[in-house]
Structure formats: C-alpha cells, structure tokens
Design a protein around this ligand. Structure first.
Ligand code: ADP
Ligand code: MG
Length: 668
C-alpha cells in the first residue's frame, strides 16, 4: 500500500496561492523571472540500531525496498506491510556524505541565485536528527558540510573580476516553549518574528555574524551550541524539546550596472522530537514542554494539511515554528524535509506517525523566486538632485544618510560620478521632496516586484545614457539655432540702421529667422522697381512717378538652408515676370527695329543674344529682303525661332530704351 496522499495539481496550486508568502511572491520576483513551482522534497533516513540494541526481541520494524521506498509492518494486520515512497530513502548503512550529496548539496546553488532554501530534520527523539544535521567530528553532518561548500562557492563566485560581490552571515536561534532565543546572544531574551511588506520573515534584533571561512563559522557556532548543551544538561534533554534553527544568509551585490542585489536565506533546522508526549507520562515542566512541542509540531501538521487541501487560511501564525517556516513551507524556499526514523519496535508508532507526516509534506508545492532589488546607491544620484533643493543645513543633515549608503565597501564609486550628468533627470529637482521620496520608494518596490510596467526612475543605465546623449545633441542644436537667430537679427538691424527706408519696403516676416532647418514656406514677396533713368530724377521731384513692379508667379519652393540664400536669390530670377508699360514697350521695340534696319553687323553684335553669326545673317536678310517692317520679322531670319525672339526683345528692350534697374529689395 502506498500511504502517500495524492493531491490534485489544482489543489496544490490553490494551496500555494493560499499561503501568506505565496500572496506576496510576485512582489519579489526578479525582473523577467516567473516563479517555477518546486515541490517540497522529502527524504527518509533510517538509522542503524545503536549501542547493539538489536536483539532477538528488538528486530527492525522497517525495511528499505529501494533508493526511494520502504515498508513498515502494519500493526493492525501483521500479514500486511505499509509502503511509502519518497524522493529518497537512506538505509542504515548510508553515510553522512550520502545524505548530504543526495539531498542537500543540490539545493545550495539556489542561494547564489538569490533564492531561499531550507533543510528540516524531523522525527522522534533519538531517531538521529541531530546526528544528521550536526553529526560528530568523525562524521560531520549536513550543517558543517553545507557551510564548507557554501563558503567555498561564495569565495569562487565573489572573487575579484566576477560580476557579483558576495558576503555570508550566520544567525543561530532556538525556539523553546514558544520563545525565540538567540543562541549567539543568550541575554537578548524572547525575540519577535515579523514579516516585512515583501513577505520576508525576519527577526528584528537577531544577531548576525559575518563569516568568511569555516573557522569563522566554528568560532561562533560551537559556543552557541554549548549554550544549548548546557541547557540540555540542566534541563535533561532540553535539546530534544527545542527547535534549533541555523540561518545562513548569502548577500550578493552586483559590481556593475544595473547594480542589483540579491539575498538568499538557508535555514538548517533540527526540529524537536516528534514523539507523542501523551504516551510518555510527562508531568510538571516536562508536560509544559511537551505541550509546547506538541503545539508547534501539531500546527506544523495543520499547516501541511491546509496547504495540501488548498484551505483559504494556512495557520502559520499559530506557532513560532510555523511562522518562522512560513517561507519554507508553501512559500518561497527550495525545501527538503529529512524524516529520521529508528528501527526499534519501541519507536514503531512514532515512526508511522513521522512517515505519515513526511508523506503529507511531499505534496506541498513551494514557489521559489529570486529575491532581487536594486542597490540603494543605484538610485542615489537622483537623491542628489533632491539634495540640490535643500538648503545647506538640510543638505548637511541628509548627507549623513546618503554617505552611509554610498560608503558601503561593496559600493563602486563610479555610478555616482557618472550619473551626476543626468541633466534631464535633474528636472526631478523641481519636484516636491516628499513626492520624490514617495516615487523613490515606489520605484524600489516596483524594482523588487520585477514590474513590467513603466519604469519611473530606474531606466536601465544604458538606455538612460542613450537618452541623455540625444537630449544633449538636441540642446546643442537649439543653442546653434539660437546663435544663428541672433546673428541674423544683428545683420538685419545693421541694414536697417544703414538704410532706414528699406525697412518700409521689406516685409517684416523676411527678417525673422526660421526656427528649424528644413521647412516648407511660401517664398516671401519681393519687389523690384524698374524705371527709366530720367524718371529716377523726375521721381525725386514728383512722388507720383510711374513705377513698374515685378510680380511673383506664385510658385512655392522648399527652403533648403539658411545658408543657401545666395543661391535662392539667383533661382528667384525664374520666379519673376517683367511688366512694363505699353508706351515704354513700343518705344523699345522701335529702337530695336531701327537698329535692325540701320545697324552694321558689328552694331547688331552689341544686342543681347545676337552673336557674330546671327548678326551676319540679319544683315544678309536685310540686303536680300529689304528693311524689317516689325521686330517680329526677325523670325524669318534663319536660325531665330519665335521663342528666341521673345526673349531677345525682353533682353534688349531695357538697354535700348536707356532704362536702368532702380531699387531692388534685398532677399532675406
Ligand atoms: P535525535 O537528535 O533525533 O534525538 P540523535 O541524533 O541524538 O537523535 O541520535 C541518537 C543517537 O543515535 C545518538 O547517539 C547518535 O549518535 C545515534 N545515531 C543517530 N543516527 C545515527 C546513524 N545514522 N549512524 C550511527 N549512529 C546514529
Ligand atoms: Mg537531537
């Protein structure tokens, strides 16, 4: 018979979701990471008979079947056995190294990913929990082996040149009669267990010792263990009646951008004996202890059941132990439960009870995630802009706190100096300091939640630099355009000063420089005044002198560049149409006709668009056909088309009439 309950997958999900830590898990998922479910792993270790207790009357009631399963006699029916299957089964001959390498070592790597891990030794008193967790100098257990490996791992991963800087701290506590006692600082008394806004379980005031080597660890751990042993001697087996919790924290800080930080917690727990104290006949203090132990382990059983059944409320808070294990059971940790059992018949009921608990535990689903956020100094430059807002006294007051954050030995100095160039972000300095502080808190929260939403302030450094570069370029361009505008304004003012009348003839819009380099605009209206030379003199006397205006054809042109004004003036020639009074036109045509009929070839060459060859052709035609009766007769001359005639008349009429170009507005 397989005694392990079979929970439905949906029930497991509900169970995980129902856990307190589960509710908060999203808030701690690293950017882009989704929590992947991890079932609580369960291993069973059967210890050998100790001190030659095996005899004819005390044969083993448990037998291993393979590396994952075992069977135990069914006390209700001696013909049957109860069979259990777990993730691993370690028999009497298994070594400390087998347990460690098979079930504990594989989860250590998660600590370096910023995830939590827990190892719990469960079972009745005398079944080998302490042996498994602590062992002896000859046979070191899980704790010394894990510490040795973890310190080695952190040394390698945190070595110079690696992206992360790692540090390890240890705390060691005991839960005895529902009191949390600091074994590294026994005078501290009962400590409280709290949960922060991100669902992290923490114990304020708990001593944390930094450790860099195994010798460091031993220096703190051995006296602390003696604190416990002294108690055990005085109180007779107190150590079996308390839960011993070794907490090892691995803190990681990224040395390069984006300067993330991660924290992985490892709980190594030697639980109090799970035997049924009602059967022991305890009285007095022992009964009180039993009650406390029963309460903790009873609640632990209820927590496991609630998780398995997907109950809406998981009673973590009903005992100190379960409150502490909140993120190890149905929470954020990679957890391994090692159920220790003994072969002796006198342990039979406690062994069955332990195996049933272990079987229920293996159905619990955890949701491990990376506990990651940005290091405080990564946001410090923005705080600096806030500091700019403060007066000198406030700045001085604020500096203490900032230096504390920036002065961490692991904090590289580079980001602060580089980020001081964040001119666009410094616009935040115009923000209310209280609002800015709130934004920063929100930013930290979102960062730790791995929010996919709009980042507020923690634009990744690379994107931020690109953004800043673009803004800088834009600033430079604006500056350059402003300079150009000033130059143009100065030029126009100088022209106005030199000739104030011109102002009247010029459209004010022509003086205004354009804000952008490339823009489509209508060409401004140009005026050209053309008048005969004698009229110029007459105009001086008479304000009603006749003028002739060049009218715009109404063509639009794209303005290429402000510097192209010279060229645009030349091109503008095509845009204008000459209008001359009919009287002047008739006079001009007559003059041309006279020259055509009377002029020599040389005279004709003086005309516009008439070369030597054409002049000879005209003279030849005249000799052959007689005088030209009108200018249009030129069309008959070989090589002169009607179109050419038009431009010929236009080109020559002014010169022959003695006309001169008068005032002409200067283009912009
Ligand atoms: P618990 O902590 O569960 O009360 P202990 O670890 O103190 O139990 O073990 C009780 C006794 O059994 C100790 O003397 C211990 O050395 C011994 N023992 C436990 N497990 C083993 C094992 N696997 N091999 C040899 N001796 C063991
Ligand atoms: Mg023990």
């Amino acid at each position: 018979m397989n005694a392990g309950p079979r929970a439905q997958p949906r029930r497991r999900e509900m169970a995980a979701a129902a856990s307190g830590a589960g509710r908060c898990r999203i808030s701690k998922v690293g950017v882009g990471r989704r929590p992947s479910p991890a079932r609580v792993r369960v291993a069973v270790r059967l210890r050998p008979f100790v001190d030659g207790t095996a005899g004819a009357n005390d044969s083993s009631c448990v037998r291993g079947l393979d590396s994952c399963s075992l069977e135990i006699a069914n006390w209700r029916n001696h013909q049957e056995t109860l069979r259990y299957q777990f993730d691993a089964f370690y028999g009497e001959r298994s070594s400390q190294q087998d347990i460690y390498a098979g079930s504990v070592q594989p989860i250590l790597k998660h600590l370096l990913e910023g995830q939590n891990a827990s190892v719990l030794a469960y079972g009745p008193t005398g079944a080998g929990k302490t042996h498994t967790m602590l062992g002896s100098p000859e046979q070191p257990g899980v704790i010394p082996r894990a510490l040795m490996d973890l310190l080695q791992l952190t040394r390698e991963e945190g070595a110079e040149g690696r992206p992360w800087c790692l540090s390890v701290t240890m705390s060691y506590l005991e839960i005895y009669q529902e009191k949390v006692l600091d074994l590294l600082d026994p005078a501290s008394g009962d400590l409280v267990i709290r949960e922060d806004c991100r669902g992290n379980i923490l114990i304020p005031g708990l001593m944390q010792k930094p450790i860099t080597s195994f010798a460091d660890f031993e220096r703190h751990f051995l006296p602390a263990s003696r604190n416990r042993t002294v108690g055990a001697t005085r109180l007779n087996q107190r150590s079996s009646r308390s839960h011993a919790v070794l907490l090892v924290k691995v803190d990681q800080r990224e040395r390069v951008a984006p300067f993330r930080q991660r924290e992985g917690k490892l709980y190594l727990i030697d639980l109090a004996g799970s035997e049924d104290n009602r059967r022991t006949g305890n009285k007095g203090l022992r009964l009180k202890e039993s009650g406390a132990i029963n309460a903790s382990l009873f609640v632990l059983g209820k927590v496991v059941d609630a998780l398995n059944q997907g109950l809406p409320r998981v009673p973590y808070r009903d005992s100190k132990l379960t409150r502490l294990l909140q993120d190890s059971l149905g929470g954020s940790a990679h957890s391994i439960l090692i159920a220790n059992i003994a072969p002796e018949r006198r342990f039979y009921l406690d062994t069955v009870s332990a195996l049933n608990f272990a079987a229920r535990s293996k159905e619990v689903i955890n949701q491990p995630f990376t506990n990651e956020s940005l290091q405080p100094h990564a946001l410090a430059p923005i705080k600096l802009s806030q500091k700019e807002l403060l007066g000198p006294s406030e700045t001085k007051r604020a500096r203490g706190h900032e230096e504390e954050e920036l002065g961490s030995p692991e904090s590289p100095a580079a980001p602060a100096s580089a980020d001081q160039k964040l001119s666009p972000l410094q616009k935040l300095s115009s923000m209310d300091p209280a609002m800015l502080e709130r934004l920063l808190s929100l930013e930290r929260l979102l960062g730790s939640q791995g929010s996919q939403g709009t980042p507020l302030l923690n634009t990744p450094r690379r994107e931020r630099m690109v953004l800043m570069k673009t803004v800088e370029e834009k600033d430079l361009e604006i500056e350059r355009l402003k300079m150009k505008q000033k130059e143009l304004e100065a030029k126009v003012l100088a022209q106005e000063a030199a000739d104030p009348k011109e102002k009247e003839n010029c459209s004010p819009t022509m003086l205004r420089p354009l804000a952008r380099r490339t823009v489509t605009v209508a060409k401004p209206l140009k005026k050209a005044v053309v008048m005969p030379l004698q009229l110029i003199q007459e105009q001086a006397a008479s304000p009603n002198a006749e003028i002739h205006i060049l009218k715009k054809r109404g063509r639009k042109r794209k303005l290429e560049s402000l510097d192209a004004s010279e060229q645009s003036e030349e091109n503008a020639e095509d845009c204008w149409e000459l209008q001359i009074s009919p009287e002047l036109l008739a006079r001009g045509r007559q003059k041309i006709l006279d020259l055509l009929n009377e002029g020599s070839a040389r005279d004709l060459c003086s005309l516009q668009r008439i070369g030597k060859k054409k002049a000879q052709l005209i003279v030849g035609w005249r000799e052959l056909h007689g005088p030209f009766s009108q200018v249009e007769d030129l069309e008959r001359v070989q090589g002169i088309s009607g179109k050419q005639l038009q431009s010929f008349v236009k080109a020559n009429i002014l010169g022959l009439l003695g006309l001169a170009a008068g005032q002409r507005s200067s283009p912009s």
